[in-house]
Design a protein around this ligand. Sequence first.
Ligand SMILES: [Zn+2]
Ligand SMILES: [Zn+2]
Length: 275
Amino acid sequence: MAIYKNRIDLHMHTESSFDGHYPAELMCEAAVKNELATIAITDHFDVDFFEEHRLDSRQKSSYEDIISAKEKFSGKIKVLRGIEMGQPTYDLPLTEKSLARFEYDFVIGSIHNLRKTPDFCELDYQNLTQDEVYSLLEKYFEEELILAKWNGFDTFAHLTYPMRYIVQSGRFNTDLSRFDDVTDEIFKTLIANGKALEINTSGLRQPIGKTMPTENYVRRFRELGGEFLTLGSDAHFTEHVGAGIDEGYAIAESCGFEYVTYFENRKPVQVKIEK
Ligand SMILES: [Zn+2]
Ligand SMILES: [Zn+2]
């Protein structure tokens, strides 16, 4: 049983993502079963992997599947037309052209890799030193600041993404507080532009065991004046739709948020946090 009412889950992938597995309809079915009121389907669009991921056709199939699922589930659950733009700042003309191709409700901005570098999930952590890890993280947060300043998204996803893999490697004891200046600047940029921060709950079911970002960042975002918060399971399987969302709500509440937010036609809609 869900603890919170009118729950949202605004981050999930279908078989139209290179790493997805299920059609949009089955993700929607799982969302209804898991007592969600609003979901966004947000297939990957990693601009710097346009050819490798065959994004021209995947983007089209994703959008078409979302539209037909949206119609099929109308009255049962609100299905938002989303997309996860990965590394959009690495090719802005392609990003802008691709976003203009369809009418999206909701755009996630995220970074999974440094420029011309594999995804953080593919790096060989066994051969890295702690200093090298810090240097990668420094570059990562610099790229995230550039992403925040670009501002062409609605929510800023998984702020601390590399930690998922750094912690998983079991080799490091990484303290992110040395990056507080840049993460503050990212938050101030999001806030000035009226953008949302995402609590990504996928880490709760992975070795890292925590949301991305963790509660201390959500609290800091609030302290600096953050108003919009989205929640996302980042499900790639039907069984993960809605996973960790109640924990995400509890974090939002404990950090002083009274609302979570979804986006429709790229505009924020506030949903009261209620048990
Ligand atoms: Zn992502
Ligand atoms: Zn994702």
